[in-house]
Design a protein around this ligand. Structure first.
Ligand code: DC
Length: 221
């Protein structure tokens, strides 16, 4: 088994669920790069930073002390010592994260941190540009996707499951908008790396996807 596995794909494709389970199965470190953009979005909101001020957003990313660790089997993210794991999953943070992630000054700060985290190897990273930009030398690259309807349905159920109010049509629209922003931005847009395996998970259970991903990881050996 090789040491770096990159999982990219659009919002709601199940990347974090699969990446986390895969890391557990292989005893690898799981690095959720989306959580880092979400943390910067959270901080920008706290500081009431204008979202069109690229320099200020870059400074926020530079100054953010991000700490990601597993506690009681759950991935937690700390910003300047505060646990913001729950807060960053709120829908308004998802929208802001997509906006701040398009800012080159933000990416310039976060990409080196992601490379540093992955440096030791034996890591699964998920995001939008892992196989194309962050770690193009990754040993195994997977592009995970599913139909828009299915991704919206999964995200909707996830929000309800966490006791958050949700409206399916609204969730679908948010995802569609994020897909557009994430694939059309100038810096490191979401796209499938040429050497990534394309995996459409529409209609598949988490267990079925995990089995396929494990096979792909083994085949990359
Ligand atoms: O995977 P996620 O939904 O937690 O990501 C939040 C946002 O961050 C998403 O809209 C795109 C952006 N992102 C990115 O641009 N590059 C990454 N490697 C990971 C996430």
């Amino acid at each position: 088994m090789k040491s770096i596995i990159a999982i990219d794909g659009p919002a709601g494709a199940g990347k974090s669920t699969i990446a986390k389970s895969l890391a557990e199965a292989l005893n690898y470190l799981y690095i959720d790069t989306g959580a880092m953009y979400r943390a910067v979005a959270y901080q920008a909101l706290q500081q009431e930073a204008p979202l069109d001020n690229a320099e200020q957003l870059g400074q926020i990313a530079a100054q953010a002390q991000l700490d990601m660790r597993v506690e009681n089997g759950e991935n937690r993210i700390f910003l300047n010592g505060n646990d913001i794991t729950k807060e960053i999953r709120l829908p308004h943070i998802s929208a802001i994260a997509s906006t701040v992630s398009a800012v080159p000054q933000v990416r310039e700060q976060l990409v080196p941190k992601q490379r540093e985290l992955a440096e030791r190897g034996r890591a699964v990273l998920d995001g939008r540009d892992i196989g194309t930009v962050v770690l193009p030398q990754a040993d195994c690259k997977i592009y995970l996707t599913a139909s828009l309807d299915e991704r919206a349905e999964r995200r909707y159920k996830e929000l309800l499951g966490r006791g958050l109010p949700a409206d399916l049509a609204e969730v679908r629209q948010d995802i569609e908008q994020r897909d557009y922003q994430d694939t059309h931005r100038e810096t490191s847009p979401l796209r499938q790396a040429e050497d990534a395996k394309y995996l459409d998970t529409t209609g598949l259970s988490i267990e079925q996807v995990l089995q396929q991903v494990l096979q792909l990881a083994e085949a990359a050996e």
